[in-house]
Unconditional design. Structure first.
Length: 622
């Protein structure tokens, strides 16, 4: 590490600590900001952070070791993370990674000798519709190809600041391919809130063009809260995060809790491989998300909101903070919103590369400045969540839908979709399709229709809901995308017939092994054993018994894992064995093989390392 950097961290830390007013809950954010500035959180910096925030050094060290984008060693002047999601691999990301490393003279995961650069692989950057993609010093670089990789290497060698790189490198497009009903016409800032206040106060509100806090008049907040709940109940809105829990029940449960401290948390940590719809909503319609959070806060009488944004979306920082600042100026956040007497504000909490923080209890811990380790399901966050107080947690799309419901009413929303799955759904579509991007459909659309609209190229399989979801064959393409059939977080990864689905299973298995927090044995050991079994098949040593072991492991993990990560990690493998048995049978030496322990085979690596080929190095066969 250059001497200047070794000194710079102390100066940077002073500025960062002042930014967060030395709040003990800011441990994660302080570490992220320091990592961003000097590309490391040195052990001596961790001690200083602990001292200044009044927490233990162990807590800070735990945070730095837990989050993938934090490092206690210097990562160089330029830190490059290349997306290693399966769809990026299909687009040639591995060859591009090798090319970049060759041009820079560096190995994956290591800092070059002169400290100029380090190159790493990361599971998914949320840019599957415009990959292969990378993050360079936290900034998203899209549409990588050989020429662009060579240019990046040249710019790094020339030590050109990112501000001087070609702007097209950093172009992130929305790729909204279809918009239907709910999101076709975004809710203008403030109109959803005003409509909710008007229903509660039974007064007529002025149009948005004449928006002034004094125009809102006095609205009885109890009545407003009741009316919001009625509209959400009438809408039939269910959470868009995959589980599909009824939003009205969540609102009512939080509202019913005793005490005054209640919180609204927006889950923008869409770390599921292949998912990027929330990124598009935050880029194109952030006001709808914050409007929905505010309406939810009115419904449960919360005064504080937090949006938890995955670290891969750090490039949207100025954009999101600008939207929040503008909403405060308009009287849509902060004190006395639209003259209603209601106080509510939203702040951004950034993630740092931890898929597990998509779990709501892990997210709460991360916002509190801790490692994002999930707790047992009970008590639920609606009873004890953030700061052990009643907390409403929903994802980006759910809150955006709440804004539309606030403006247009619950019955209007329920006109779309099916009886059990009202409204519309956004889908992130990537892989072997001509038109990757986001698609909005009323619930109940068939998978085949989405494949047709996106230009799927001779699909043999579709992964619904990301790595933890369901792997489907062509016989399932006429099924409905709705909670009563195929519930989905909104992710469709398409695999054409030229793809080897073993590579898909391999990628997902390694993803879960890496992302396991290690807290519980079923997940920590189970994900490792699944990788080991696939390793056998990759070498041609797989047997029918191994497939039975996968099923047994899946049952053990579903029943015994601490949280949803371990419970869903085997899903893709179980589905692949069920629907695509040839993928594994083709890698068996014989289906009649009876496994036995080969002692001489087990000693082969030891003989190689010792350079032994004499007879004494072999076990006599009887």
């Amino acid at each position: 590490m250059p001497e200047a950097t070794a000194v710079a961290w102390a100066e940077a830390l002073d500025r960062i600590l002042a930014r967060y007013e030395k709040n003990a809950e800011s441990v994660v954010q302080v570490c992220i900001d320091l990592q961003e500035e000097v590309h490391c959180v040195l052990p001596e910096a961790q001690v200083a952070i602990a001292r200044e925030l009044g927490v233990t050094t162990l807590r800070v060290k735990g945070v730095v070791s837990f989050y993938s984008f934090l490092s206690d060693t210097w990562l160089g002047e330029y830190v490059v993370y290349l997306s290693d999601n399966i769809t990026d691999q299909m687009a040639g990301s591995r060859a591009l990674a090798q090319r970049l490393c060759e041009r820079l003279g560096v190995e994956i995961g290591k800092v070059r000798g002169d400290g100029r650069v380090s190159v790493h692989l990361t599971s998914c950057t949320g840019l599957g519709d415009q990959g292969p993609a990378a993050l360079v010093n936290g900034q998203a670089v899209t549409r990588l190809g050989p020429e662009r990789v060579d240019q990046i290497a040249q710019l790094i060698e020339a030590r050109r600041p990112l501000a001087q790189w070609p702007r097209e490198f950093f172009l992130v497009v929305a790729n909204i391919r279809r918009s239907d009903g709910v999101f076709r016409k975004p809710v203008p800032p403030g109109e959803g809130i005003k409509a909710c206040l008007a229903r509660g106060a039974q007064i007529t509100m002025p149009p948005t063009e004449e928006l002034h806090p004094e125009d809102a008049g006095e609205a009885p907040l109890d009545r407003v809260s009741e009316e919001i709940l009625k509209q959400v109940q009438a809408s039939g809105l269910r959470g868009r995060g995959g589980a599909g829990f009824k939003t009205a029940i969540k609102l009512d449960t939080v509202r019913a809790q005793k005490g005054r401290d209640r919180y609204v948390l927006c889950n923008a940590d869409e770390g599921e491989p292949g998912t990027f719809k929330d990124r598009v909503l935050l880029m194109e319609n952030p006001d709808m998300v914050f409007e929905g959070m505010t309406i939810a806060a009115l419904g449960i009488k919360a005064t504080e909101g937090v949006i938890y944004v995955r670290g891969e979306y750090r490039f949207m920082k100025d954009h999101l903070e600008g939207v929040l600042a503008r909403r405060r100026q308009l009287g849509l956040l902060g004190k006395n919103i639209l003259g209603s007497g209601f106080d509510f504000d939203v702040r951004i909490h950034w993630g740092a590369g931890a898929y597990i923080c998509g779990m709501e209890t892990a997210m709460c811990k991360s916002i509190e400045g801790r490692r994002g380790v999930p707790r047992r399901r009970w008590p639920l966050p609606v009873h004890q969540g953030f700061r052990k107080r009643p907390t409403l947690v929903n994802n980006v799309e759910t809150f955006a839908a709440l804004a539309a419901i606030g403006l247009n009413g619950g019955k209007w929303f329920a006109r779309y979709g099916t009886e059990q799955s009202t409204g519309t759904k956004w889908f992130s579509v990537s892989g072997d399709v001509d038109r990757p991007g986001v698609y909005e459909y009323p619930h109940g659309v068939s998978l085949r229709e989405v494949l047709r609209d996106s230009g799927a190229r001779d699909p043999q399989a579709v992964m619904v809901s990301g790595a933890s979801g369901t792997l489907l064959a062509e016989a399932d393409f006429d099924r409905a995308l709705a909670f009563e059939d195929l519930a989905s977080v909104g992710t469709l990864m398409v695999f054409g017939r030229e793809r080897d689905l073993f590579d898909v299973a391999w990628n997902f298995a390694h993803f879960f092994q890496h992302e396991s927090c290690g807290l519980c044995t079923p997940c920590r050991v189970g994900t490792t054993l699944l990788v080991s079994i696939l390793e056998k098949f990759k070498k041609g040593w797989g047997t029918p018994l191994d497939l039975e072991d996968v099923k047994l492991l899946a049952t053990t993990m579903k029943l015994g894992a601490h949280c949803g990560l371990g419970q869903t990690a085997p899903n893709h493998l179980v589905d692949a064995i069920k629907r695509f048995p040839d993928v594994f049978e083709g890698r068996m030496q014989t289906r009649d093989f009876t496994p036995a322990f080969d002692l001489n085979g087990a000693l082969e690596e030891a003989r190689r390392l010792a350079g032994r080929t004499d007879a004494a190095a072999f076990v006599p066969e009887h």
